[in-house]
Design a protein around this ligand. Structure first.
Ligand code: UDP
Ligand code: BGC
Ligand code: MN
Length: 459
């Protein structure tokens, strides 16, 4: 038997050295990673890195930078272990850019805030998810530019609250409305909501599945309340709908309008005010009642008085609180998208609480179809205000007809009532409305208040 030659020994040694080097390399590339005083599995690190690169295109950093950012993050975060990989990645990215304005403590508080805002125990939904974190940070960036506006807005809200106290006719129960305190950790929502899409296709004959609508609108809590989860809304709007026997229209309304309100980043609640009995319909009185009931229920800055059968065709028509009483339904398909006459103030209007109280709301005397909106216009003008309208290109609506469409009887007394409108406005309105609530039911996407009206004519 021959002994291996020195050449063979040398070859063997080289192979062993190469193997050692290779295994060492594999260990360095695949083994655990040390960040500060802690060690994490490399696969976890790579997931963080991958997520960071995915969500920070162009802004990614080298491994060393990322590791030190993770270490800093863990050092400052007592509950880091409880965060998901995605959350860690997101916060790491932001910390490394020194743009992280929300500490973990604040984020935990944010969870409580969302939970507070969600009424009637919708557990789990309020939990801050990673996509919420990303969205919130996106909003926050837009909001950064408006940092000063936040302070101004808070001052404005304080003033508003003071004025409100004077205006309140009945005691306010703030149940569903996010208060200044509960949302103060979030940046103010951007003035231009980023998710608007513009022109919308509306099928006025759509057969609506309400379960689908519910699923597509997470965050709307029982009773129809919604507040943007990622930013502090600039506008708190009660949507008040006069109603009787228009179930199909109400479904179409929910299907199309709720996603629009959500995209517009307003805080809202939908109040459907149903007239009990079969007497002539009184739209003005129902709207007064709706405003009073809504004002008792929450701290609304403005009230949108909305016919149930009008569906918006362009989400850039904003339901935000206006400087002056605003007419929203400018161009309706039924009228070939033309404004019927220059003082038209029917269909959909939006007024601040101050404006609505100043004009004493609607007259309660219009039973049947027509005139109550013209009366409202007179009240606005005779109280020293002018109305405003959005551009007809965005303020476009379809009026739903559908199979079942009950209309009110035309009110023959409307012209004589109109001729005395300004004389009556101080004592006929919000301050004289007489009614009894006979039912109150909270549905998933709206609250229905059924009312018996006093002072009927033509029953
Ligand atoms: N309305 C209702 N039931 C009625 C009559 C009217 O719910 O029987 C409500 C509904 O919100 C409707 C609004 O009052 O959109 C205005 O009535 P309508 O649509 O008949 O009037 P028009 O649009 O023809 O002026
Ligand atoms: C009525 C209003 C109505 C308008 C458009 C007017 O004659 O008085 O109540 O909104 O027509 O239909
Ligand atoms: Mn109508």
């Amino acid at each position: 038997m021959n002994f291996p030659s020195s050449k063979m020994w040398l070859g063997g040694l080289t192979v062993v050295c190469v193997m050692v080097l290779l295994l060492g390399g594999v260990y360095v590339r695949m083994g655990p990673v040390t960040t500060g005083k802690r060690t994490i599995h490399r696969s976890r690190f790579l997931r963080i890195k991958g997520y960071q690169q995915l969500h920070s295109p162009g802004g990614s950093q080298n491994d060393k930078g990322l590791l030190s950012a993770i270490a800093t993050h863990w050092k400052s975060s007592s509950d880091a272990r409880n965060l998901s990989v995605k959350e860690q990645a997101v916060s790491t990215r932001n910390m490394s850019k020194e743009a992280q304005r929300t500490t973990d403590k604040e984020r935990n508080q944010g969870r409580t805030v969302t939970r507070d805002q969600n009424l009637k125990g919708r557990e789990g939904q309020s939990k801050t998810t990673s996509s919420q974190t990303v969205r919130r940070q996106k909003m926050s960036l837009v909001g950064q530019k408006e940092e000063q506006a936040v302070r101004k807005e808070n001052e404005r809200q304080t003033t508003h609250t003071t004025q409100k106290t004077k205006l309140q006719l009945t005691q306010v129960n703030h149940r569903p409305v996010a208060t200044k305190k509960s949302v103060s950790k979030l940046s103010l929502c951007p003035k231009k909501p980023p998710d608007l899409v513009g022109s919308l296709f509306i099928n006025a004959y759509a057969k609506v599945n309400l379960d689908e609508v519910k699923k597509k609108n997470p965050g709307v809590t029982f009773g129809g309340f919604y507040t943007p989860p990622d930013c502090q809304p600039r506008d708190r709007v009660a949507i008040v709908i006069p109603f009787r026997d228009r179930e199909e229209h109400l479904k179409v309304f929910q299907h199309y309008m709720i996603p629009v309100f959500r995209r517009q980043l307003i805080q809202f609640k939908i109040y459907v005010i149903e007239q009990a009995g079969n007497c002539d319909f009184n739209r003005g009185m129902l709207l007064n009642i709706g405003v009073l009931e809504a004002a008792k229920d929450g701290d609304w800055q403005c009230f949108c008085l909305h016919d149930v059968d009008l569906i918006l065709e362009n989400d850039r028509n904003l339901y935000t609180c206006p400087e002056r009483p605003k007419h929203l339904s400018v161009a309706v398909d039924k009228f070939n998208y033309r404004l019927l006459y220059s003082t038209l103030f029917g269909g959909i209007t939006i007024l601040t609480k101050e404006q609505y109280w100043k004009i004493n709301g609607y007259s309660n005397k219009y039973w049947g179809w027509g005139g109550e909106d013209d009366d409202l216009y007179k009240r606005v003008v005779n109280n020293g205000m002018t109305i405003m309208r959005p551009d007809a290109a965005v303020a476009r609506y379809k009026m739903v007809r559908g199979t079942h469409h009950k209309t009110s009887k035309i009110n023959p007394a409307r012209f004589s009532l109109l001729s005395t409108a300004t004389h009556r406005m101080k004592e006929d309105g919000l301050n004289s409305v007489s009614y009894k609530v006979t039912g109150r039911k909270e549905y998933q996407l709206y609250t229905k208040i059924t009312v018996a009206l006093n002072g009927h004519v033509n029953c």
